[in-house]
Write a new protein. Structure first.
Ligand code: HAM
Length: 405
């Protein structure tokens, strides 16, 4: 039987591979303008890292992690996201001891056992950025502005940035009580998952994707009404900064995000066209401490490369600036053609020596089909004269040129 790729795991090829690289290049370009440094993280971590950060009651940890044992029986996981790993690395390498604050970014595949559909895969790619050591809301504003800049540079339209504040630990305690009381009142309408995690983590109910649960929590108490003075001030300042930066946003007081580590600011850039979140993030001021580091406020975001790719237009397929060398003759011609290729590449030209067999007509047809702009024809006469014949495939014009000095 022919072997196919695993469900939810995809090859990315042709035009899509170009789009994939474009998202990555633009995100890197923007992150460079904000002076972020790259961190290259491993794909495998101890499963416990995600249990303790993303949270035991989240869908990601409960249902979606690829967990396996290594030969010594240690429980490992394919990373479902990059924040936990970045925090782990921040603590492990004692980065906090070296500078007052850090700005790191990462790129790579993430793995979640979700039901595959358009824009949702089991292996997908994220580009994420994390800031450590900054508590003030101007950092939140910059993180949201970065996501806005990336979307703008990619010319992705119809996206709304939604924001909310989840407050600090104290605010959450008061809110928890009020929310639980409300949830008990609508318990009949909740799914079994929500009922079982309600006591342990009532906030998760607000993030449930089941329609009846979504409907049931519409009228629930809102966390913004429970914010302490500091958290409220943080949130108000953030909104002021976003306005000053001309970043359009919408407040969504039901936005809680699917991961447990968030505090204060959370946000998502949602595509109206796809009905999916493209970029998401927020603050996680306790996570570094909870994972064994010193108290360090932190925040960040991650974008889904495949989701952004779905919204990119196809590039126009014009002629490509490729020099396609067509040698015909014996090995002397090939020797000359190899040297011509070398000389052109030294000039910075993109050169392809034809590996195709067949006469000149077939070769030119092939060059045309591949949309190569220049055919570089080399026969015995050209070798004798020390030149090449260059045919411009777009205009059809032909000229002789000396390439090798
Ligand atoms: P997240 O919301 O779980 O956040 O994922 C971020 C983005 O990854 C999503 O908005 C989406 O574009 C993409 N994504 C997630 N799951 C899938 C999937 N199954 N298929 C395709 N794309 C997907 C985080 O991961 C946090 N670590 C973000 C963060 C960074 N918060 C603070 N710092």
């Amino acid at each position: 039987m022919q072997i196919q790729s695993v469900r939810g795991f995809h090859d990315i090829l042709g035009k899509d591979a170009k789009k994939f690289r474009k998202v990555s290049e633009i995100a890197r370009e923007v992150l460079k303008l904000y002076n972020f440094e790259e961190i290259i993280l491993p794909v495998v971590e101890y499963a416990e890292l995600f249990q303790r950060s993303v949270g035991e009651t989240t869908d990601i940890v409960q249902k979606e992690m690829f967990v396996f044992e290594d030969r010594k029986g240690r429980k490992l996981a394919l990373r479902p996201e990059g924040t936990a790993s970045t925090v782990r690395a921040f603590i492990q390498h004692k980065l906090y001891a070296l500078r007052p604050y850090w700005k790191l970014f990462y790129e790579g595949p993430m793995f979640r056992y979700e039901r595959p559909q358009a824009g949702r895969y089991r292996q997908f790619h994220q580009i994420g950025a994390e800031v450590f050591g900054v508590a003030e809301p101007h950092a939140d504003a910059e993180i949201i502005k970065i996501t806005y800049d990336i979307l703008e540079k990619l010319r992705i339209k119809n996206v709304v940035v939604e924001i909310n504040s989840l407050g600090c630990k104290k605010d959450r305690e008061a809110y928890r009580e009020a929310l639980l009381e409300y949830l008990y009142g609508v318990k009949e309408e909740l799914c079994s998952d929500c009922i079982s995690r309600m006591e342990r983590n009532p906030l998760r109910v607000l993030d449930c994707k089941v329609e009846t649960c979504k409907e049931a929590v519409k009228e629930s108490p809102k966390i913004v009404d429970f914010l302490c003075d500091e958290c409220r001030e943080h949130y108000e300042k953030l909104k002021g900064y976003l306005k000053a930066l001309n970043v359009p946003f919408r407040e969504n007081h039901n936005l809680v995000r699917g991961l447990d580590y968030y505090t204060r600011t959370v946000f998502e850039a949602v595509s109206d066209d796809l009905g999916l979140t493209l970029i998401a993030g927020g603050r996680y001021d306790y996570l570094v401490e909870e994972l064994g580091g010193p108290p360090t406020p932190a925040l960040g975001f991650a974008l889904g490369v495949e989701r952004l790719m779905l919204l990119l237009e196809d590039e126009e397929e014009g002629f490509k600036d490729v020099y396609f060398i067509i040698p015909f003759g014996d090995e002397r011609v090939y020797e000359y053609a190899l040297k011509v290729g070398d000389a052109l590449r030294k000039q910075g030209k993109v050169v392809e020596l034809s590996y195709r067999k067949g006469g000149l007509k077939k070769q030119l047809e092939f060059a045309n089909r591949m949309r190569y702009k220049y055919a570089v024809i080399i026969g015995e006469d050209e070798v004798k004269e020390g030149v090449v014949t260059i045919k411009d495939m777009e205009s059809g014009k032909q000229r002789k040129e000396k390439i090798i000095p």
